[in-house]
Design a protein around this ligand. Structure first.
Ligand code: SF4
Length: 372
C-alpha cells in the first residue's frame, strides 16, 4: 500500500526557527498551486492502492475545506484509496474554527495533527508562533466538536530559556488535553535561523545538554504512565493511534509525494520534486518534468536505508529479514559496527532484532552512522 503525501508550502508568517520548504501565504498563488497540485495528482499513473493521505507543510490548514476535498477526490479518482484510509491534515491552531474543522471533516480528513509546540505563552512568543495557549486548547476542542477522535499534538523541547520544569508543565498540559498521539521534537537551531540572532541579541540560551536528555527521558516515562506507548524516537500514541502514514517512512514502505519539494520512494527509486513554488506550478502547467533528483538505489543502499530508518522504531528492526529482502549479508557487514553499542547497552539485541534502548535513543545518530 502506498502513502500519498501532499505538500502545501504556505504559512501566515514564518517562524524564526523554521527550515521547511514554505513561503508566505498569498491567496492568488495558493489558488494556482492547488490547481497545479490537483493536476499533478491526476497525471500520476492510475490504479495503485493507497491507504494514507497526508497533507503536510507549511500550513495545509490554510487551504479551504473545499480545496482539501478536491485534492482528496483527485487522490481517490487516480488511486484505489482504501475506504478506511488515514487522512491527516497538519493544522496550526490559529487557522482552526468550528466551521473550518467541520468542513475539513466533511471533506474526508479523519486525523488532525496540531502544531502546538508549547503550552507556555512566553515560549510561543519566543518562537514567533501566531497562536496562544488558549487558542491551541480551543482548536483541539473545535476538532473534537467536528468529530475528530484521532488528534495529534506536536511539542518542542530544548527551547531557548526553557527549563526542565517548563517542559514538564507543557507535557502535563498535553496529557490534560488528552490527544491520541503526540510528537516530541528537540529544537534544532540551523546556522542561518533568525532565532539564532535573536537569541544572541537577547542573551537567551538553551539548557545544558544533560537537561535536554533529562527532558526527553522524563517525558517518555511520564507519557507512558499516562497510557501512551512510545513507538518511535519522537512519537507516542494510544494503542492503535500510531501514524500509519509516518510508519511507512520507518518500515521500509513506499510513498508518492505531490507538490513542491515533495519526495517519493517507489520500487527502489527515489525522487524529489523541484522545491520553488512558482517553478513547480509552471512545470506542472507546461507538462515539464518535476523531478530534480532521481536515483535508483542499489540493493545494498536499500538495505542500509531500511536498517537506518527501522532503528528509529521502538520495536527496532530485524537485521536478518532486511538482509533477506535485499540479498545482503547484513550481519556480517554491520555486526562488527553494532557490537560496541550492544556491549554498552545502547542497542539491545534479541535474536536477529535490534532496537535502541531509551538512553540509546539519545545517541541514535551515532548508532545509525553504522549503516551509512
Ligand atoms: S508554521 Fe511550520 S512550516 Fe510554517 S513557518 Fe512555522 S514552523 Fe515553518
Amino acid at each position: 500500500m502506498l502513502g500519498l503525501y501532499l505538500h502545501v508550502p504556505f504559512c501566515s508568517s514564518i517562524c524564526n526557527y523554521c527550515n521547511f520548504n514554505r513561503g508566505l501565504f498569498e491567496p492568488a498563488l495558493k489558488a494556482r498551486y492547488v490547481e497545479a497540485l490537483e493536476l499533478e495528482i491526476r497525471s500520476a499513473g492510475r490504479g495503485a492502492a493507497a491507504d494514507t493521505i497526508f497533507f503536510g507543510g507549511g500550513t495545509p490548514s490554510l487551504l479551504e475545506p473545499e480545496e482539501i476535498g478536491r485534492l482528496i477526490a483527485a487522490c481517490r479518482d487516480v488511486f484505489t484509496v482504501t475506504p478506511d484510509a488515514e487522512i491527516t491534515l497538519e493544522t496550526n491552531p490559529e487557522t482552526s474554527s468550528d466551521a473550518r474543522m467541520a468542513g475539513f471533516r466533511a471533506a474526508g480528513v479523519n486525523r488532525v495533527s496540531f502544531g502546538v509546540q508549547s503550552f507556555k505563552s512566553e515560549e510561543l512568543v519566543r518562537l514567533g508562533r501566531l497562536h496562544s495557549v488558549a487558542r491551541a486548547r480551543e482548536a483541539v476542542r473545535e476538532s473534537r466538536r467536528a468529530g475528530f477522535d484521532n488528534v495529534s499534538l506536536d511539542l518542542m523541547m530544548w527551547l531557548p530559556r526553557q527549563s526542565v520544569l517548563d517542559w514538564q508543565e507543557s507535557v502535563e498540559a498535553l496529557i490534560d488535553v488528552d490527544p491520541s498521539h503526540a510528537s516530541l521534537y528537540i529544537l534544532e537551531i540551523y546556522p542561518n535561523a533568525p532565532l539564532k540572532d535573536t537569541m544572541a541579541r537577547a542573551g537567551w540560551s538553551q539548557a545544558p545538554d544533560d537537561d535536554a536528555a533529562d527532558m526527553y527521558v522524563w517525558s517518555l516515562g511520564r507519557l507512558e504512565a499516562a497510557g501512551y506507548r512510545q513507538y518511535e524516537i519522537s512519537n507516542v500514541a494510544r494503542a492503535g493511534a500510531e501514524s500509519r502514514h509516518n510508519l511507512k517512512y520507518w518500515q521500509d514502505g513506499e510513498w508518492l509525494g505531490f507538490g513542491c519539494g515533495a519526495h517519493s520512494t517507489r520500487g527502489g527509486v527515489r525522487w524529489k520534486n523541484v522545491s520553488a513554488t512558482e517553478d513547480y506550478i509552471r512545470r506542472v502547467f507546461e507538462a515539464r518534468p518535476l523531478a530534480v533528483e532521481r536515483r535508483a538505489l542499489s540493493a545494498r543502499e536499500r538495505a542500509e536505508e531500511a536498517l537506518f530508518t527501522g532503528l528509529r522504531l521502538a520495536e527496532g528492526v530485524d537485521v536478518a529479514a532486511v538482509g533477506a529482502r535485499y540479498g545482503q549479508d547484513t550481519w556480517s557487514r554491520f555486526g562488527p559496527g553494532l557490537a560496541p553499542f550492544i556491549t554498552h547497552g545502547i542497542v539491545r539485541r534479541d535474536g536477529d532484532r535490534i532496537r535502541l534502548t531509551r538512553d540509546g535513543m539519545l545517541v541514535a545518530n551515532e548508532v545509525m552512522s553504522v549503516f551509512v
